[in-house]
Write a protein that binds this ligand. Structure first.
Ligand code: GDP
Ligand code: MN
Length: 377
């Protein structure tokens, strides 16, 4: 789950990180008022669930409230990374001497929490990793989940900080690691963490991603969810316990089991087709669940054919077959349907499908070939 900068800033402030004063506004008038209250130069920033706002014209520094209003007007008219800007953050502006990158991620390679810092702040870290990987300094957090003070200090010295700055930096890194553990974040990033001309460290950008799988135990964090992060079908899938990822092809896929779903996508590609989605209906899929999944798949106008791939273990093929027949009988949109069914009660299942005039197969490649052929029409 992604959250807005203003939401991440609130988490940062609570964690004790140095973030400049700021407030969120939904209109240019409101941005102007906030700027008046601040009484100093402010930075007006687009709040969208996408990065690279600076480059897109979504970050404007201004000297006075009238200019803040104008900036907010401009930014509220922007669309950045596919998101219409609906809110702006008005933050007290900082003078910048240096920009540092600081990020904490859950790292698959080391199977732990990794802290990354770089002098190349303000730039996309992926870019630095590509062009100048030695400019990224790393510290691995111990399984205790606590960054040791000497690790924080070592990072600080590598960044070229003096003692005064290292003394500020060490608690910032520790707090960021603590926050990641506390809220089950998969990423927490300050880009840039700045040094002011007075030598003060400040977080002037804030990015936090939350591990979706941990949301069940983080009610307070779950409340931060932004509706624009998901499309209608994605939301429905999540609420129905269906794993759904939209892709760009035209063969809609319904599968029981994530591994089988991935195998199906591979086979479709191998046979020259293009999957429209990944979809795992979950174990024990019943008729209602099959119908929901079918509706989610067909909500994508790019789908020209639906391919169902079921391995019946605990799930019984006849039950699924009935579900498929029921689900497709009353749908608003009719598209060709190809079903691959194997496992428990498969002959009953195949008979039910064929009885309903649905193309039914035992072999996965047979079914895929059929679907690919239909999709090409
Ligand atoms: P992003 O482009 O979406 O990552 O947005 P950022 O919040 O990182 O802002 C982009 C850039 O705008 C930063 O790297 C800074 O160079 C600049 N910027 C943002 N806030 C301030 C500020 O308070 N003062 C100054 N001088 N520059 C700022
Ligand atoms: Mn940034």
């Amino acid at each position: 789950m992604r959250i807005h900068e203003y939401q991440a800033r609130a988490l940062f402030a609570e964690a004790g990180l140095p973030v400049p004063n700021s407030k969120v506004a939904v209109s240019a008038d409101e941005a102007c008022e906030i700027s008046e209250d601040v009484g100093k130069p402010v930075v007006v920033k687009a709040q969208v669930l996408a990065g690279g706002r600076g480059k897109a014209g979504g970050v404007i520094l201004v000297e006075n409230p009238a200019a803040a209003r104008e900036a907010a007007e401009k930014i509220l008219a922007l669309n950045i990374g596919g998101y219409q800007v609906e809110k702006v953050l008005v933050a007290e502006a900082s003078e910048i001497e240096r920009e540092i990158y600081l990020g904490v991620i859950v790292d698959r390679d080391s199977k732990g929490i990794l802290v990354m810092a770089s002098s190349e702040g303000g730039v996309e870290i992926e870019e630095v990793a590509r062009t100048n990987p030695s400019a990224i300094f790393k510290e691995y957090v111990q399984p205790s989940g606590v960054l040791e003070a000497h690790q924080g200090r070592r990072l600080g010295f590598r960044l070229g900080f003096d003692w005064n700055q290292v003394r500020q930096f060490e608690p910032i890194v520790s707090a960021l690691v603590r926050l990641v553990v506390q809220i089950d974040a998969s990423l927490a990033e300050i880009n840039p963490l700045i040094v002011t001309p007075e030598g003060q460290l400040r977080a002037i950008d804030a990015k936090v991603n939350i591990d979706d799988s941990a949301l069940y135990r983080r009610a307070d964090i779950t409340k931060l969810r932004n509706p624009e992060e998901e499309t209608g079908p994605e939301r429905r899938a999540r609420e129905s316990g269906i794993s759904y990822v939209k892709l760009d092809g035209n063969i809609g896929c319904m599968v029981n089991g994530a591994g089988l779903a991935m195998a199906l996508l591979d086979v479709i590609k191998l046979q020259g087709g293009d999957p429209a989605n990944f979809l795992d209906v979950g174990g024990g899929a019943d008729a209602a669940q099959v119908r929901t999944a079918m509706e989610i798949i067909l909500a994508d106008p790019g789908v020209d054919v639906v391919l169902v791939n079921i391995f019946g273990g605990i799930t019984r093929c006849d039950e699924v077959a009935r579900g498929v027949v029921e689900a497709t009988a009353n749908l608003d949109r009719q598209v060709p349907l190809v079903v691959r069914l194997v496992g428990t009660n498969e002959s009953e299942g195949l008979a039910i499908l064929r009885g309903a005039g649905i193309s039914a197969h035992r072999g996965m490649v047979d079914a895929v070939n059929k679907a690919v052929a239909r999709a090409a029409i």
